[in-house]
Write a protein that binds this ligand. Structure first.
Ligand SMILES: [Zn+2]
Length: 196
């Protein structure tokens, strides 16, 4: 007989974040440092306050349990001036890439005064996830580990949870986290939930 709890178990990829000792390859998953970008892109700005957004993190999903047809790597930017705690599309941005390659990467320079986070490497660890599990680490795939009520958006799938990460000087409110989802639209849109 199958244990009903076990049948809900999902694979996930936990993220261990530590200060980078050496520069990372452009496509490497990271918190802080420099974002992956390709020719023709410019540094993203906040449509609400028009300041430059801060680069928070990028994840190369190819090394994780999450498989998305439209996204292999994404870079997450956030406005620390507006500090949105709800889904406000114009005060944060996620850029998605298919077939990102180190040799395609271009360096973007943030505008003056944009808050930056120190470059941190990410060690990936295969793990199992259950609904309502205790919050442990930043994670890709599996179940979101909500700090308060379940706030899963309708018609969307969970991609990643980015915690407050001291090594990256990253704090979401009082020890909070952001939860990133992709809508089930075609092509999908990113969705953002903040909890602390
Ligand atoms: Zn702003």
């Amino acid at each position: 007989m199958t244990d009903p709890v076990d049948s809900q178990e999902r694979a996930c990829t936990e993220l261990e974040v530590a200060r980078a000792e050496a520069p990372l390859a452009p496509t490497a998953s990271r918190f802080g440092g420099n974002p992956y970008a390709e020719a023709g892109e410019s540094w993203p700005t906040c449509a609400s306050c028009e300041r430059g957004l801060s680069f928070v993190a990028q994840l190369d999903l190819r090394a994780t349990v999450v498989r998305e047809p439209h996204v292999e790597l994404f870079a997450f930017y956030y406005c620390w001036h507006c500090a949105p705690r709800e889904h406000e599309r114009d005060a944060w941005e996620i850029r998605s890439y298919l077939e990102p390659k180190d040799e395609l990467a271009v360096a973007l320079t943030p505008p003056d005064g944009v808050r930056s986070h120190p470059e941190c490497r990410i060690t990936l660890r295969a793990a199992r996830s259950l609904p309502n599990a205790e919050h442990v680490t930043s994670v890709v795939g599996g179940y979101p580990r909500w700090l308060r009520e379940d706030a899963t958006p309708e018609d969307a799938r969970f991609v990643a949870q980015l915690d407050s990460e001291p090594a990256a000087e990253l704090t979401w409110g009082d020890g909070g986290a952001v939860f990133l989802f992709l809508s089930n639209d075609e092509p999908p849109a990113w969705w953002f939930v903040f909890q602390c």
